[in-house]
Design a protein around this ligand. Structure first.
Ligand code: UD2
Length: 332
């Protein structure tokens, strides 16, 4: 469906695992905008071809005349990368950098299926690192999560805080961070881990009960349906807009610095779920009602990132105000 790559000595060749997903497809868009050639590896278990549709027909999107930039491979990264990437590298040269976003994304699923989560989330990272080691990839960027922290005593949470994950999902994200550190120290594969807080924005799939709350609220409020808040709604989250997140991802991928670094990717501000629901209802014309249901088991009460490390190491800061990000999400 997508145009083949043009061989180029100067445009970096970047592999994006999970590149058809919510964050992945925005990452692909920004990498291409920055002049990279991109190979997407996705098994389409949650990723969607529609997220990459703009790269399937360049002329329709006014990109005609430029060199083809995106190649899409249907592959489960936890089965390894070598065979899948061999035809690409034979034709276009080696992969320069890898952004590893492919994952089993549900915390709840991980609790019921810890071994599947290990195979996909930890095993997938090891396969990426093995490929990077064998082919001298210049940078691996890994999508970690605030889930590595578990309950923390002090907020905003600092990267130096002790990590006590409360799910296999969080365990395997943390184990993956350790693997990055190990490969960087022992095999000299430069790596950066980014701990995402609550990412939201266009293309986030609202279809599961465990989808991001903003995708669910936006979907329901967009058609005047009722919103359900779990618990009293006074729990807080640090919601960070996907457009900001992918600036951090691409910045980390294209720099040779920030090796062995682990960084929070959040805004540094928290908002209650009550206030979020009210804002979304207001932005959609006030038709939806709000009801409360029982709180979720194991729910964290407050979550907010300390963000100065990413600013120091990457010059990155979230720039999108929540209301603006919500408006973009609702328009999409
Ligand atoms: C986020 C991540 C998760 C993991 C976890 C670590 C997302 C989408 N999920 O889970 O992957 O990293 O953090 O702690 O970023 N809520 C409602 N009504 C709804 C849906 C949700 O009230 O219809 C509440 C929910 O109870 C929670 C808040 O909204 O208090 C955010 O829920 P979420 O599922 O978007 O994200 P979270 O923080 O549980």
């Amino acid at each position: 469906m997508v145009h083949g790559l043009v061989t180029s000595p100067i445009r970096p060749l970047v592999a994006v695992t999970g590149g058809a997903g919510f964050i992945g497809s925005h990452t692909v868009d920004l990498l291409v905008a920055r002049g990279c050639r991109v190979v997407v590896l996705d098994d389409f278990s949650t990723g969607k071809r529609a997220n990459l549709a703009r790269w399937a027909d360049r002329d329709r999107y006014g990109l005609g005349g430029s060199e083809p930039s995106v190649e899409v491979l249907t592959v489960d990264v936890s089965h390894g990368l070598f065979a899948a990437l061999a035809p690409i590298t034979a034709q276009h040269g080696r992969i320069d950098r890898i952004v590893h976003l492919a994952a089993q994304v549900s915390v709840i699923h991980s609790i019921a299926n810890p071994l599947t989560d290990e195979r996909v989330n930890y095993g997938g990272t090891l396969h990426v690192l093995e490929y990077a080691r064998a082919t001298a990839v210049k940078k691996v960027v890994f999508a970690s999560s605030a889930a590595v922290y578990g309950d923390v005593a002090e907020l905003p949470v600092d990267e130096a805080a002790a990590c006590h994950p409360l799910s296999p999902y969080g365990m395997h994200k943390l184990a993956s961070e350790h693997a990055l550190h190990c490969y960087s120290s022992v095999h000299h594969v430069p790596t950066t881990a980014l701990r995402f807080f609550n990412v939201y924005g266009p293309r986030q799939d609202p279809s599961s009960p465990y989808s991001g709350v903003i995708s669910i609220f936006a979907d329901r409020a967009g058609s005047g349906r009722e919103l359900t808040i779990f618990g009293d709604g006074e729990q807080t989250r640090d919601f960070v807009y996907v457009g900001d997140v992918v600036r951090a991802v691409v910045g980390a991928a294209l720099t040779d610095g920030a090796d062995r670094a682990v960084m929070n990717v959040g805004t540094g501000s928290e908002i209650t779920v009550n206030e979020l629901a009210r804002t979304i209802v207001e932005l959609t014309g006030g038709k939806s009602t709000i009801r409360h249901a029982d709180g979720r088991a194991g729910e964290i009460l407050r979550s907010v990132a300390r963000v100065d490390r990413a600013e120091r190491l990457l010059g990155w800061k979230a720039q999108t105000a929540l209301r603006d990000g919500l408006a973009n999400t609702l328009r999409a």
